[in-house]
Structures are given as structure tokens and as C-alpha cells.
Design a protein around this ligand. Structure first.
Ligand code: SF4
Length: 141
């Protein structure tokens, strides 16, 4: 049976909003805990910078050209999506953190530096929404 390709997860790199922290925490939960076999994290700053020469350069962009990529966005600017679509091509899907937050009004993060227990649970909810998309995409790879 052929080995299926991985799905790229690229999160918002925003430091000003708690949604940015939630985006990155959710991406880590997806890649490290929920779907480690099926996903790989892409670094948005590295993506923008064009990659590291010692790894051949542009590897993040090359990956996103040839693999489905899901962005997790902290706000309406959707920077991760813009980055991928500027350098690699259309994203497979976009997860909008602000929309998911609205479904869980009782889960309030402490701060952008320290999500706290409720904030971490919220990141888990965002991760769960993300893996629904991962699983759907993976069926068709
Ligand atoms: S999506 Fe919003 S929070 Fe994230 S990097 Fe862009 S402007 Fe900042």
C-alpha cells in the first residue's frame, strides 16, 4: 500500500492577539497529539523568509505546492493563507479561530502569554475542528 503524503498545518504567527497563541497551540496539538502520522507543521515566518539554505531553501513553500495545507488563522487578515497562496498555491482549507471561539463562551484564556486551563481547552477545541478537515482530506489522498 503506498504511503500517503502528509498534510501541512500552518498557523498564524501573530503575537498581539490571544487568537494567535490559540492558533499555534492548536496546530501543535494537531501535529503532536491528535494526528502525528498524518500532519506536519509549517513555520509561517520561515515560509515568508523563503526557507533555510542549509535545508535546500524554500522547503516550506515547496512542501505547500505539492501537499494539501490547512491554515489556522487568528484574525480576519488571514496571513497564513495569504503567505501560502502568494508563494505556493491555494490552501486546502482555513480554520478561523474567532469563529470557533464564539461556540465556547465559557472557555476564556488567561492571556496571550499564558492560555491557562480554559484557554488550553479552547485550543483543543480548535484542534478538534482542524482534524475533522484533516481526516476528510486524508481520505482522498
Ligand atoms: S492572522 Fe491576524 S493575528 Fe495572525 S499574524 Fe495575521 S494579523 Fe496577526
Amino acid at each position: 500500500m503506498p504511503i500517503k503524503q502528509k498534510i501541512g498545518i500552518i498557523a498564524c504567527s501573530g503575537e498581539k492577539l490571544v487568537e494567535g497563541t490559540l492558533s499555534r497551540a492548536a496546530a501543535r496539538i494537531v501535529v503532536e497529539k491528535l494526528r502525528p502520522e498524518n500532519t506536519i507543521i509549517l513555520c509561517q515566518p520561515l515560509f515568508m523568509a523563503g526557507g533555510l539554505e542549509r535545508f535546500g531553501g524554500n522547503e516550506e513553500r515547496k512542501f505547500a505546492k505539492t501537499h494539501p495545507t490547512i491554515t489556522i488563522e487568528g484574525c480576519e487578515e488571514e496571513c497564513a493563507k495569504i503567505a501560502v497562496e502568494s508563494y505556493s498555491g491555494p490552501v486546502a482549507a482555513t480554520v478561523r479561530v474567532k469563529e470557533i471561539i464564539k461556540k465556547y463562551p465559557d472557555l476564556i484564556p488567561n492571556s496571550r502569554e499564558d492560555l491557562g486551563d480554559a484557554g488550553y481547552k479552547l485550543a483543543e477545541k480548535i484542534a478538534e475542528e482542524t482534524i475533522k478537515i484533516v481526516d476528510e482530506l486524508y481520505k482522498n489522498l
